[in-house]
Design a protein around this ligand. Structure first.
Ligand SMILES: Nc1ncnc2c1ncn2[C@@H]1O[C@H](COP(=O)(O)OP(=O)(O)OP(=O)(O)O)[C@@H](O)[C@H]1O
Length: 586
């Protein structure tokens, strides 16, 4: 049975007080410490929060915790295997602005949230959990609330969110009428509930009519008809005569026909008018889901389109932030920017030469990438594609890239032997494979392709996890010919991979033309990275006189690389299979 969260709070407080001396207690850096430790004690059976140790949650090493002036202001713990009912502890943090707990197995109710309890809360993401209970949230400050795919129930009258810009409560058990204040959100925000009605869903009268119909045709009435009947408007269908029903039917048919004609007309117009290069019509740019109007968003944020976790970013602040160059690549330059509130981001300024205007296709792609959230993928928090400026704002990965680990200067080489041992290499390869597999299986149509897998796009986060960066960007570059130049197929890939292939290593099928990258060509490039890591390990072993302890594993891993780099795309494994194969060596 799940214990109440205050039990864990008292327990960890007791634990803390009993293991630290009064002097150490005086070193407690933040009043947020106890709730966080209590949450960890309750919600983290798999040890994902292993870095939550010590007395200072704002030390920078606590995974998912962001601070400002020694107070916790944001928590990002998506996909973290968290369980149980301790979420209210996090909601109790006095300065919290952003809480993101998507895709866990958390299951508490969410008690009353008001200006008194959470005056600073701006963004709350609880989607894909098992939260339940009714919602009572009266927070004028809240800008986004994502709670889709949970077990919340009851009516929506407890939601008073006047400034809300982004709402999704779909796929819960809500019933009743959608209030006027919430009806500005799209259908997708409400679909999949037990019995919601009213704009933007069908009117409560229509729902009542449907439920009456189903009651008439079925001898045993179902839950939804009963709940609709009890929660929606009580006006009776008998008020409508047959003529009115006929009129509604004809009206519906007319509206559907007109909409169809408009959609078909638009489609033909777009095909004729838009100057989309032929390669991009077959590429990853066509149908990517989004519920928003891009231009509208850009205007609101002064040209910056923000995604989850980047809602507080402003173009003005970014441009004013103190910045340091992290590196320069074919696609542009990347800077580390320290914002006013101490938050650090990596800003990539795309080269105007490489990225001429692609308008909405670029925007659509960025919207899909902005939804990627995984511990092995660098999160895109915002981007700007306005006034000739193309900026991508990512989480800053403080430990550099696989490129820098592999190609450190000779002075650093001795140090690297110790830090990049075989175990670390396996972990990095596994993390990168996991991230690429997530990208490949992300539910958008057409499926995503990275198109530029190489060591400098595999970054290392503060906990040493490998994270894939820059998904799909090179597909928009004006000249990818140099990138995609492929020499004749090497006879011994294992050894070829060791030669100075520091950049992207494209698949042979992309040779000699501006090829369209595919998931199979991503697997090839990943295989080349893997072989490079393995080959580098062998070099280091040889030069340092190592004992070749893991020889069997090294050869096994090289075989995975050979499979990935099969000449024919159809002979290469899927990334999910690559993940499984690498995991056998962990
Ligand atoms: N999110 C990030 N956090 C920290 N460092 C980063 C981040 N993104 C990039 N970098 C650093 O900046 C360097 C330059 O990256 P950039 O993406 O601009 O070029 P590249 O990857 O070398 O080439 P390309 O332009 O083909 O992607 C990288 O090697 C990496 O060390």
């Amino acid at each position: 049975m799940a214990l109440p969260y205050y039990y864990y709070f008292s327990f960890s407080f007791f634990l803390l007080v009993s293991i630290v001396t009064p002097h150490e207690l005086s070193l407690v850096h933040s009043q947020d410490l106890f709730p966080l430790l209590s949450f960890k004690a309750s919600a983290d059976p798999r040890g994902v929060l292993r870095t939550w140790v010590g007395l200072n949650p704002c030390s920078g090493s606590w995974i998912g915790v962001k601070c400002y002036r020694s107070r916790v202001v944001a928590i990002y713990l998506d996909n973290s295997s968290l369980v149980g009912s301790a979420t209210p502890l996090l909601l109790g943090l006095g300065q919290l602005r952003i809480l993101s707990l998507r895709r866990n197995a958390l299951n508490s109710t969410i008690s009353l949230l008001t200006n008194l309890t959470n005056p600073n809360l701006r963004h709350l993401s609880l989607s894909h959990n098992q939260f339940s209970g009714t919602l009572n949230i009266t927070l004028p400050s809240l800008l986004s609330f994502r709670a889709e795919h949970n077990n919340f129930f009851g009516g929506l009258e407890g939601l008073k969110l006047p400034k809300m810009k982004d709402l999704n409560i779909s796929n819960n058990n809500f019933v009743g009428e959608i209030s006027f204040g919430l009806s500005k959100f799209p259908r997708s925000s409400f679909e999949g509930n037990l019995a919601l009605c009213g704009s933007p869903l069908s009117s409560c009268i229509d729902s009542l009519r449907l439920s009456n119909d189903s009651t008439n045709t079925s001898s045993s009435p179902n839950i939804s008809s009963m709940t609709s009947a009890s929660f929606c408007s009580s006006r009776s269908l008998t008020k409508f005569g047959i003529t009115a029903l006929l009129a509604i039917g004809i009206g519906d048919i007319l509206v559907i026909s007109i909409s169809l004609a408009i959609v078909i007309g638009l489609y033909i117009w777009l095909r004729k008018k838009l100057l989309i290069p032929p390669s991009s019509t077959t590429s990853n740019l066509r149908v990517i889901e989004s519920d928003r109007g891009y231009s509208e968003e850009k205007e609101k944020n002064g040209g910056l389109v923000c995604f989850e976790g980047g809602e507080e970013l402003k173009l003005e602040t970014l441009l004013k932030a103190s910045a340091e160059v992290l590196g320069k690549g074919v696609s542009g330059s990347t800077y580390k920017a320290i914002l006013d509130d101490g938050i650090i981001v990596a800003v990539k300024r795309l080269s105007a030469l490489q990225f001429p205007s692609y308008g909405k296709n670029f925007d659509k792609h960025m919207h899909a990438i902005g939804r990627l959230r995984h511990s092995n993928v660098v999160s895109l928090r915002a981007y700007c594609n306005a006034n000739g400026e193309r900026l991508l704002v990512y989480d800053c990965m403080p430990k550099g890239s696989l490129q820098s680990l592999l190609h450190s200067t000779s002075n650093e080489r001795r140090l690297r032997c110790r830090s990049l041992d075989w175990r670390r290499r396996k972990q990095i390869l596994f993390g990168a494979a996991n991230g690429l597999n997530y990208i490949h299986s992300f539910p958008v149509r057409p499926l995503l392709v990275h198109a530029n897998i190489k060591p400098s796009n595999i970054l290392i986060d503060e906990h040493g996890n490998a994270c894939i960066s820059e998904c799909g960007l090179m597909r928009f570059a004006a000249s990818t010919n140099t990138q995609y130049f492929v020499p004749s197929f090497p006879s011994n890939l294992f050894y070829e991979a060791s030669s100075a292939w520091h950049g992207h290593r494209p698949a042979p099928e992309l040779s000699g033309r501006r090829g369209t990258a595919t998931q199979e060509s991503d697997v090839y490039s990943f295989g080349m990275v893997l072989l490079e890591v393995v080959r580098d390990h062998k070099d280091v072993e040889e030069s340092s006189g190592g004992d070749g302890e893991c020889e069997g594993e090294v050869m096994g891993m090289a075989k995975v690389g050979m499979l990935c780099t099969a000449e024919r795309p159809e002979d290469r494994p899927k990334m999910s299979q690559v993940v499984r194969m690498i995991s056998e060596f962990l």
